[in-house]
Design a protein around this ligand. Sequence first.
Ligand code: 13P
Ligand code: SF4
Length: 321
Amino acid sequence: MTRNFASTTASLSHEELFRRINALKKEMNALVLAHYYTLPEIQQIADIVGDSLALARAAEKTDADVIVFAGVYFMAETAKILNPGKLVLMPDARAGCPLADSCPAEEFRKFKAEHPGALVITYINSTAEIKALSDITCTSSNAEEIIRQIPQSQQIIFGPDRNLGGYLAKKLGREMILWQGYCYVHEEFSESSVLNACREHPGAELIAHPECREEVLRHAAFIGSTKALLEYTVNSSAQTFVVATEPGIIYEMLRRSPLKTFIPAPKDPGNPRTLCTQMKQNTLEKLYLSMLNRKPEIMVDETLRLASLGSIQRMLEMSPA
Ligand code: 13P
Ligand code: SF4
């Protein structure tokens, strides 16, 4: 029965998929969460669209029976760690985060052993195994707030994103031991490409996510998480922005400021990857089918869940909403 439904979804219009998803939301008491980098139609159907921190908080607080996470794997995994009793689904569980995957637990364990006594703060873009090896998890929204609470004398290991780590180290004037991972989407913006875009759009403000390289960040009028960038564009008097992050966020920027102009920061011609292909794996059809079939379900082994929960809870305690 379910298979027959599945085989016919390709011909369904967005409107029909919206109707069916909305009906399933009610029937299942489900909450659909979506990251700003997902496709516009996914952002339209989601109950909550947000950055990594807002979505983790929403997952922590919800009384829904089912969480459907349109994002990447570490996000749904974090939701499951916080909600062991709930059904957590992803439209496509193969949507991983290459940054999270660039930090294998065995190598990180050795890295950590080389710096005994260091406090381990890791970006939420990491696996549950890495969170289990960490003292505190953070996102780009609250990393600064969390690190400011750590005494200056305390050595810190920060991973896996070297660009976010380098940005924080410079901003806070403290050395940190950095894991050398990076996000391929943000790494590929270059100084010359963003400066060319700014020259082509005189008066435009360059805004950048801290996962970008320092050569880009140093020219930015504003640096922040996806949510902070969004709020900045609403409040700034500038009318045009060159946006150095994944361009999926521009959908919400335009929705909030329809009269402003948003230019996706270009990549170098030799490096044309502009999108997070993993985030775009969340299609409306897959979202519908995941709800209909109640899979793929995200599962976390209970020992691992308990080991990783502490660092996530510490994050939530250290950066109350
Ligand atoms: P934020 O949502 O925390 O800004 O992070 C961006 C990102 O790369 C999500 O994968
Ligand atoms: Fe991972 Fe980068 Fe995609 Fe975010 S944008 S999910 S960090 S690959």
